[in-house]
Design a protein around this ligand. Structure first.
Ligand code: GDP
Length: 325
């Protein structure tokens, strides 16, 4: 069997996203020289014929399937059709083309939102499909569950070595900081930053509105840790059960807001808008399977937020200052 060595032909599907950029960064740092990528304008991953042609020409040996339409609680609940259609199509076309062209191994990336809304915490892999899903991201979750089942079905019927990893909420450089479509962590970095800038200009006290009640709990993993875990699994994991990827630690949205405030704008006041949805009450992954395999995260949340905020300032400065939503 072909090993994942620096000469391997590796396709990173979704190389411009938060996860894809981190995986490319990591592979390049390790000296991989045969990375294959395809931008949206060059290849529509929802188009089976186009994806088949691309795979037949490029002949990847390993695939990181990290492409998809993603977003936070508002984007997920207001654009469910795009979330289910785009993701189901992308998973199906890439898995099918990888099978047809004999890809050695494919790693499919899901999401912790696949688990039932009320499942026990921390969430073990076997709780999948044991209860109803969280309504705010049901479309996305169904597409992500279909992706796991695709990989398992192709393994069972065709013997394909396709594996699945389910990461918890991710953050880091190249995240989406747009307030209408982002996840909570980048949204709060931006809100505190904008509030600080606005206050400096107007002399008014800085204040930030956090959506929901602040009581839901979330776990956050730096995307560089995720990239490390993906490489680890690509090298060492060959089974059909999906694997949770997280830190095993969570905090409330209120605590997250206070942490981000301490880094970005210590003077700011925090308000809560309980008209906005809370979503899942808690989403903490049980990561014992991954720990038993021998992998643990290494980037501490505070350190990761600091680094992400530095990246944000470098990218967005001079930021357009607007009232925090
Ligand atoms: P989720 O993990 O799928 O629910 O996605 P999000 O990261 O979008 O939201 C996580 C939690 O943070 C939810 O309870 C949101 O209501 C809350 N939250 C608080 N403020 C914000 C914000 O400004 N943007 C987003 N996206 N979520 C926020």
């Amino acid at each position: 069997m072909k090993q994942l060595d620096p000469s391997a032909r590796i396709f990173v599907a979704g190389h411009r996203g938060l996860v894809g950029t981190a995986i490319v960064r990591r592979l390049e740092a390790e000296g991989f020289s045969n990375l294959l990528t395809a931008g949206r304008e060059e290849l529509d991953l929802r188009d089976q014929a186009a994806v088949d042609r691309w795979f037949a020409q490029q002949r990847p040996e390993f695939v990181f399937l990290v492409a998809g339409t993603v977003g936070g609680i508002m984007a997920n609940s207001t654009r469910p059709a795009e979330f289910i259609y785009d993701n189901m199509m992308i998973h199906a076309t890439v898995v099918q083309a990888a099978h047809l062209t004999g890809v050695e191994r494919l790693l499919y990336l899901g999401s912790s939102c696949i688990y039932p809304r009320h499942c026990p915490q921390p969430i073990r892999e076997e709780y999948l499909l044991t209860g109803p899903l969280e309504p705010t991201n049901e479309s996305y979750a169904i597409a992500k569950i279909a992706g796991i089942k695709l990989c398992q079905a192709y393994r069972r019927q065709y013997g394909c070595d396709f594996i699945s990893a389910m990461p918890t909420n991710l953050y880091g450089p190249n995240d989406n900081f747009d307030l209408t479509s982002s996840h909570v962590l980048p949204a709060l970095i931006r809100k505190f930053h904008d509030a600080k800038e606005l206050s400096a200009r107007t002399g008014e006290p800085a204040q930030v509105t956090v959506w929901g009640t602040g009581s839901p709990c979330r776990e956050f993993l730096h995307v560089d840790d995720l990239a490390d875990a993906c490489l680890f699994l690509m090298r060492h994991y060959q089974r059909d059960e999906h694997v949770n990827v997280g830190t095993g630690e969570d905090l409330s949205i209120r605590e997250l807001a206070e942490l981000i405030r301490s880094i970005v704008a210590p003077q700011a006041r925090i308000l809560f808008d309980s008209d906005k949805p809370d979503g899942m009450p808690r989403k903490l992954l049980d990561v014992s399977r991954l720990h038993e395999l021998g992998w643990r995260h290494s980037i501490d949340l505070k350190q990761g937020i600091r680094q992400t905020y530095e990246w944000f300032i470098a990218q967005h400065a001079p930021a357009k200052v607007g009232a925090a939503v």
